[in-house]
Design a binder for this molecule. Structure first.
Ligand code: GTP
Ligand code: MG
Length: 647
């Protein structure tokens, strides 16, 4: 019943309060000198060679053999050029040095993420993202991560998640040239110029704005997030069952099959964890999308994976959220693992969720049965997690606390029947969901729907695109423009909450059945838009970025993965225009040679293929980007300028 999707990825909002626990400021330790006479800037030196027999590149910090006169990694000339004797000793002391932390230092400081191999393995790597998101948010930048979405054929889904954290040292292929990247073959290239009268003159038609009388319940996109094994899928499955979305017959089938595989306790989770691998490993790997109806909303449940390897998928699903349920495991030791500063996904997910602009959160303290429904345990968790959530920028008034047991069906859709939970006088989870408020929707702008998934049915010749409308509206029979192919198609039918509907508006998560277009002209990462207001398409962009905890600086020519909504492209940094003061946003240095961890900068990137994009100021969802390398997110940012496409 649920739809399994690897969404794209998203980032944070700019209305984000500064984290109080943001204490990492080592970028400040670097003291740049202004570039003089066109000579490369030199960082203030503390030491060049940290080990004998090697010299450390001041740009990328790679420890080169003394026999090298240029850096083996980034090609930067050793400065000053040293005469190397036949023993390979360095003949001259370096005139410039800096003490950028080596990869080893970073590991020992817990600043690199380490990929855990299996469920239950305690991965000690620190999440790469959240420190950054806090600052990004504070600076009006945005965070995200990714997952790869493959198209589905004949309704059969193939998802392939890219791992969130690599355990191998991060290396960039760096080139100092700025030649054009080769273009990808097989991609539709037509670009439709945006009409100049454009968006300011756009007036939505009457049917595009909701009419409360006729429209029934609104959709609420609700992300279920939290540490691995906290019970997210079990909770989701249980809610779906209680609310009649999973029949008794289906439930019996899950129970029987789960038992047969020796995983009886996962029966409810199996409603969401559909793939053989997820069931065998007992973990969610891709976001499960399911629907239920509460008194106030059509709820779109986005059941996220908690395992750190799948943080990119969690991010991609959760970025569509209007609100979130953070599930924590009340068991002794489990809550503590989730809140741990190193590798705790309760912590990381909370920070990520906040960084996407989600400010309403329900905390389900799950597995209360394991702690005898103890009020003391609940209070300890509330106190510790509450302090942390406040430091992320959540307001006390926007946090709801629900003690529950998904396994024993306590406090989910009705008040608890368990006497040991009689001390709790608050709402049930379902009532808490109904108390959430919908965020504002952008009905006044033309249609923009990033495509997160494409379903092609060859037998019936149908093409269906899935995604959330970021702005505008669509109805059955609407002519739409599918970008980047530039083909006009007709919306033959629409489905919302697995039901046919006639109209979908901003905020709605829908599938659109398209007519008059070939399957290969609709791609995940593309955008469905109003025919007169095509989304911009380019392969050259100016970005404002915040660099994450990287060990290898970003230099001109660095090759990266570029992610924007559901699109991913190879990219190269072609200009580093300026460094920015993280607090004021003012330029502190023009044309720096490289970017280090925690620095804010304006850069220009060239992508291997074109992407659909808007400036962040005009559409947040289409203007949030992140840059990855070697399976790690290395920078987050927003699009400040869409530059004319390079052919
Ligand atoms: P990931 O998606 O992999 O992060 O895990 P998850 O958070 O979805 O957890 P899942 O629902 O797969 O449950 C993990 C284990 O916790 C299963 O064995 C569940 O039976 C168990 N579990 C879930 N909820 C409860 C609960 O309320 N009480 C008890 N005792 N066990 C629970
Ligand atoms: Mg799960």
């Amino acid at each position: 019943m649920p739809r399994k999707v690897d969404y794209g990825f998203r980032y944070e909002d700019d209305n984000y309060d500064v984290y109080e626990d943001y204490d990492y400021d080592y970028a400040d330790d670097y003291d740049y000198e202004e570039e003089e006479n066109g000579i490369a800037p030199v960082t203030k030196a503390k030491q060049e060679a940290s080990r004998t027999g090697v010299w450390r590149c001041p740009i990328c910090t790679y420890d080169n053999e003394n026999s090298m006169s240029a850096c083996d990694i980034c090609g930067v000339l050793r400065n000053p050029l040293v005469k190397v004797n036949n023993k390979g000793d360095t003949a001259a002391a370096a005139a410039f040095k800096f003490d950028a932390p080596s990869p080893d230092d970073l590991v020992s400081n817990g600043l690199r993420s380490v990929k855990s191999k299996s469920k239950g393995e305690d991965s000690r790597g620190r999440g790469t993202n959240f420190l950054v998101e806090s600052e990004l948010a504070a600076n009006g930048l945005v965070s995200s991560s990714t997952s790869v979405t493959r198209e589905r054929h004949n309704g059969v889904e193939e998802n392939d998640s890219t791992s969130g954290s690599g355990n191998k040292p991060e290396t960039f292929n760096t080139r100092m040239d700025t030649e054009s990247l080769p273009s990808k073959s097989g991609k539709a290239r037509s670009i439709i110029e945006r009409k100049t009268e454009s968006i300011s003159q756009y007036i939505p038609e009457k049917w595009m704005t909701p009419n409360n009388k006729d429209d029934g319940l609104s959709q609420l996109n609700l992300a279920i997030v939290g540490h691995v094994d906290s019970g997210k899928s079990t909770l989701s499955g249980r809610m779906l069952h209680l609310l009649g979305r999973i029949s008794q017959k289906e439930m019996h089938k899950y129970e029987k099959e789960a038992k047969q595989q020796g995983k009886g306790s996962f029966a409810f989770a199996w409603a969401l964890d559909e793939s053989a691998e997820e069931r065998e490993r007992g973990i969610t790997m891709t976001v499960g999308v399911a629907f239920f109806t509460s008194r106030k909303y059509h709820v779109v449940l986005l059941d996220s994976p908690g395992h750190r390897d799948f943080v990119p998928n969690m991010i991609s699903g959760a970025t569509q959220a209007d609100a979130a349920i953070l599930v924590v495991d009340a068991s002794m030791g489990s809550f503590e693992a989730g809140i741990d500063a190193i590798g705790g996904q309760t912590r990381e997910h909370a920070q990520l969720i906040r960084s996407f602009g989600v400010d309403q959160i329900i905390i389900v303290v799950n597995k209360m049965d394991v702690v005898e429904y103890s009020k003391e345990r609940f209070d300890v968790i509330k106190q510790k997690l509450g302090t942390f959530l406040r430091s992320c920028g959540f307001k006390d008034s926007s946090i709801l606390w629900i003690p529950a047991s998904a396994m024993e069906n306590q406090n989910l859709v009705a008040n608890p029947s368990e006497a040991r939970l009689s001390w709790f006088k608050g709402p049930s989870l379902l009532d808490a969901i109904d108390s959430l408020q919908l965020p504002e929707r952008d009905y006044s702008k033309p249609l923009l729907m990033p495509i997160c998934d494409v379903i092609k049915s060859q037998s019936q010749g149908q093409v269906t695109a899935c995604g959330k409308l970021e702005s505008g509206a669509i109805r059955t029979g609407s002519k739409v423009l599918v970008m980047p192919s530039g083909i006009t198609a007709t919306a033959r039918s629409l489905e919302r909450d697995s039901q046919l509907c006639n109209i979908a508006r901003a905020g709605d998560n829908v599938t659109v059945n398209l007519q008059g277009i070939e399957g290969n002209q609709v791609t995940a990462g593309g955008v469905i838009c109003h025919p007169d207001y095509p989304v911009q398409v380019t392969n050259r962009l100016q970005l404002k970025i915040l660099v994450l905890d990287i060990s290898t600086p970003i230099v001109m020519g660095s090759q990266l993965e570029f992610h924007i909504h559901h699109a991913k492209e190879a990219a190269r940094i072609v200009k580093i225009l300026s460094l920015l003061d993280p607090k004021t946003g003012n330029t502190t240095k023009k044309s720096p040679r490289c970017l280090l961890a925690k620095q804010n900068a304006i850069v220009e990137v060239v992508l291997q293929g074109p992407v659909c994009v808007e400036e962040y100021s005009s559409c947040r969802a289409l203007g949030r980007v992140f840059l990855r390398s070697s399976g790690r997110t290395i920078a987050l940012g927003i699009v400040t300028q869409v530059i004319k496409r390079e052919e």
